[in-house]
Design a protein around this ligand. Structure first.
Ligand code: KG4
Ligand code: ZN
Length: 348
């Protein structure tokens, strides 16, 4: 990757960018060089704040971002040898959707204010696109095309990426996102929030074959569904109140992993992928990681499993995606709005 030709519209060379992420319940800021080198990455999670309610409470999230964002940015800047004057920062990249409207507004307003104060360009970044870029931060030389399984609390999709910023959504969930299914099942089982990590841990002690939960793969494409699975778990527990929670967790997780891996494998074969990549919070799931590594080895292709801190929400991935957007001449104006339902749109 060359950076010498990369310049902002006012001819300022862009190498070092500040990323800002506030789309859901993580307040994050990061300084990244050349789109790939993480200089600092700070994430302040609000999990404890929302855990009592069993899920993210939008009003509380927005207020917490307001309190946390300034210190989180200050920390990320200080760790990168900068300060509140933005010394050395060439541009700002901020998530402007999809996500919670109040939370997104906090990040976007801050990015605009800093861009004005520092006299640097800024660009709005799609949170989903940012997840797609997370893998490139650790392995910039992944071959193309890739099949990325983007599985988070809000979204679950199978995406073909032909090069950075160029992708095609092949399919995805027709109802619940994978993380949402983990969170809902965990809540039903009384395991707390967020559900993914706790089910992941508990499943290790259970029998994944104890219950044969449905694997829903509608149509001939790459879509999938988790709402029937969730209902089946609830009905099974109602009928078998004595069932060991670890067995339910293990059997549920096995069903989710089977569905995701079936679709990712078929997609990888069809597009001739050089590797299968995981992205999004559910990509932290240990069984999913093992299963993807195994099928990729079987296909004779690579498996890329980003470190857990890059799977869950962070601002380094926002900086990486924004860097590429800026590289393609994409900058935002002060009229940039937030879009809670922003869709994944490839670079033109
Ligand atoms: O990407 P992310 O941090 O936020 C969104 O953009 O949604 O993903 C959060 C989701 C939550 O639903 C959480 O339960 C799930 O990722 N998650 C996991 C694991 N760690 C986090 N799901 C399964 N296994 C895990 N180890
Ligand atoms: Zn996310």
């Amino acid at each position: 990757m060359t950076t010498s030709a990369l310049r902002s519209p006012d001819n300022r060379p862009i190498r070092r960018v500040l990323g800002i992420e506030t789309s859901c319940d993580d307040t994050a800021a990061s300084v990244v060089d050349d789109g790939v080198t993480i200089v600092s990455s700070v994430v302040s999670s609000q999990i404890d704040l929302h855990a009592t309610y069993g899920g993210v409470v939008p009003e509380l999230a927005g207020r917490a971002h307001l309190e946390l964002l300034t210190p989180v940015i200050a920390d990320a800047l200080a760790r990168a040898g900068s300060d509140e004057t933005g010394r050395g920062i060439d541009a700002i990249c901020v998530t402007h959707g999809p996500g919670l409207v109040g939370s997104l507004l906090v990040g976007v307003s801050e990015a605009k204010a800093l861009a004005m104060a520092w006299g640097v360009p800024f660009v709005g970044v799609n949170h989903l696109e940012a997840h797609l870029f997370a893998s490139m931060l650790e392995q910039p030389d992944l071959g193309w095309p890739l099949v990325v399984l983007l599985v988070s609390g809000g979204h679950s999709m199978v995406v073909e990426v032909t090069e950075p910023g160029r992708y095609r959504v092949l399919g995805g969930t027709i109802d619940d996102a994978a993380g949402e299914a983990f969170d809902k099942v965990a809540r039903y089982l009384g395991l707390g929030y967020p559900g993914g990590p706790v089910i992941d841990r508990l499943a290790r002690e259970g029998d994944p074959k104890a219950f044969n939960f449905p694997r829903s793969l509608p149509g001939d494409g790459y879509d999938f569904s988790f709402s029937g699975l969730k209902t089946s778990v609830i009905n099974t527990v109602r009928k078998n109140p004595e069932a060991a929670t670890a067995d339910v967790a293990a059997s549920f997780q096995q069903a989710v992993v089977d569905v995701l891996v079936t679709r990712a494998t078929a997609a990888a074969e069809e597009v001739g992928a050089r590797a299968i990549c995981l992205a999004g919070g559910v990509a932290a799931n240990s069984q999913l990681r093992e299963a993807v590594a195994e099928v990729a080895a079987g296909l004779g292709i690579g498996a890329f499993l980003p470190s857990r801190s890059l799977c869950t929400d962070n601002a380094a991935m926002v900086a990486a995606a924004g860097y590429w957007r800026l590289h393609h001449g994409d900058t935002s104006g002060l009229d940039l709005g937030v879009d809670p339902n922003l869709r994944l749109v490839p670079l033109a």
